[in-house]
Unconditional design. Structure first.
Length: 497
């Protein structure tokens, strides 16, 4: 059948013949779902399981003393290692996704994520050596997991059947970060309940922390092997052919793009920065509120006393509150679009934070009201910009720089996380206290709404066929997307023989 014959399979922009073609399409879609969904699951699973494992290392339970007492530099360096690693992964792996291809870059980054989960599980020796190996492992894990951010989002977007369905497909891939954040707590509760030798013995926490780290290899390994069987999308293949022979730096590539592309990058990176400053600021006051409420455990001398099992249960409950927020955002994103979801979500977050500031300043003993506001804040932190900041970079950039720009946007978000982690403890310890933290977060949310409104377009604008300027041999070539599937003219999605 000739390429011009009308035998395309639906709106995918690819042409298949008979049952074999349909079967191939179904297999490809199934594999792409694994790569995108389990990739996002792996992101939060590994981040969260590593945090729980560190708690086991430094906890007095069940031995009455820490298994490995943390050196003075231990906690700070471990946190810095994972932040720096993830920021490096977002930049480097995002760029590799545009240079080497999505699948090959995904194989590299998931291999690093698996290695980063294995290294700490093998740590041994005195506490200083254990925490040194732990920091190394968390850096490698950060690079691997950070690289999954842009690659899974872009992979999900390009596997969509049409441009109009991209936002919803990327949203469902993002949803799997929520189960990924809860699964390690469920695993930890099983381990803490099942491994309880009498009398207490050191082998129990040894086994627990090693399993918590090592099992993070599994989701990364699943994505690695699934991506080995993946083919590149027609859209990316065509974009790669159009720019063959070019090896520009990130800055050189962006300079050659239309101003609209750079403007959109300011919007995606800027709004993600504002959101993550506010999001990670929540880590400052969350322990204070949860200690006041004491969801699990009991109060001793006015302080909440909890076992490791109860701490894991409380954290799982808090994580679960956010799932309805993600689901509602997924339902609304097809109707409202990512930009409106960002703007409205930021505004609602700001209002919630202002209420928290007022209650915290006036009556810290109003535990029930604080708990309701805390739950609504957790809901809103998983609604709106949490989803919009992830989806927008996957749908608003042309194929040849999509992974790079998503990585840059995610880097902006992680930079915001570093800022929030550094500044909010200082604010909380000043005269303004927690109310000052809430007010600062509210201001940043308003700024995020303004950046989204000013620099980003509505989703329908990005659904139009993109025109991307690609310089080749000194001549400007314009590549137009063909059909609803977004395959570029001259792509690999030809006819069946």
């Amino acid at each position: 059948m000739a390429p011009g014959d009308d035998a395309s399979a639906g709106s995918t922009g690819e042409t298949y013949c008979g049952a074999d073609g349909i079967g191939h399409s179904a297999q490809r879609k199934w594999r792409s779902n694994i790569v995108s969904n389990i990739g996002n699951f792996s992101i939060q699973y590994n981040f969260t399981s590593a945090s729980i494992a560190v708690q086991v290392l430094g906890s007095d339970q069940p031995l009455g003393r820490p298994l490995y007492p943390a050196p003075a530099w231990g906690d700070g360096l471990a946190l810095a290692a994972v932040f720096v690693g993830s920021m490096a992964g977002m930049l480097v792996m995002g760029r590799l996704g545009d240079v080497l291809g999505r699948s090959r870059a995904m194989q590299v980054t998931t291999a690093l994520a698996a290695l980063g989960a294995l290294i700490p599980a093998c740590a041994a020796g005195p506490p200083g050596a254990v925490y040194g190996v732990l920091c190394l492992g968390r850096f490698v894990l950060g690079v691997g997991v950070g690289g999954i951010y842009p690659l899974s989002a872009v992979h999900s977007a390009e596997s969509s059947g049409s441009r109009s369905g991209r936002g919803s497909r990327v949203s469902w891939a993002f949803f799997w970060q929520s189960p990924g954040g809860i699964a390690p707590y469920a695993l930890a509760m099983v381990l803490f309940a099942a491994i309880r030798p009498e009398p207490a013995a050191a082998w129990a926490p040894q086994l627990e922390f090693r399993l918590l780290f090592a099992l993070g290899m599994l989701p990364a390994a699943v994505v690695f092997f699934a991506s080995c069987a993946e083919e590149e999308s027609d859209e990316f293949t065509s974009a790669a052919l159009a720019r063959s022979g070019q090896r520009l730096t990130v800055w050189g590539t962006l300079r050659r793009e239309p101003a609209e592309i750079r403007r959109a990058l300011v919007g995606t990176a800027g709004s993600w920065f504002c959101f993550d400053v506010a999001y990670y600021g929540a880590s400052v006051f969350t322990p204070v509120i949860l200690d006041d409420i004491c969801l699990a455990g009991h109060k001793v001398g006015g302080v909440c006393s909890q076992s490791l099992f109860q701490t894991a249960l409380q954290s799982a409950i808090v994580q679960a509150v956010g799932i309805p927020g993600v689901l509602l955002a997924i339902v609304l994103i097809g109707r409202m679009g990512s930009k409106r979801l960002n703007v409205y979500g930021f505004i609602l977050l700001a209002l919630n934070l202002v209420f928290l500031a007022v209650v915290s300043a006036c009556d810290r003993s109003a535990h029930a009201l604080l708990f309701v506001l805390f739950c609504s804040l957790t809901f809103l932190l998983n609604f709106g910009p949490s989803l919009g900041t992830y989806v927008l970079p996957a749908v608003c950039f042309p194929a040849h720089i999509r992974a790079t720009c998503h990585g840059l946007s995610a880097f902006g978000g992680k930079l915001g996380a570093v800022v929030g982690t550094l500044i909010f403890p200082v604010i909380a310890g000043s005269r303004v206290g927690l109310s000052g933290v809430f007010c600062t977060q509210a201001v940043l949310c308003i700024l995020g709404a303004c950046i989204s409104q000013r620099f980003l377009q509505h989703d329908t604008h990005y659904e139009e066929p993109l025109s991307t300027s690609i310089l080749a041999g000194g001549q400007e070539r314009v590549a137009h997307d063909a059909g609803a599937g977004g395959a570029v003219v001259g792509g690999a999605g030809g006819a069946c023989a």
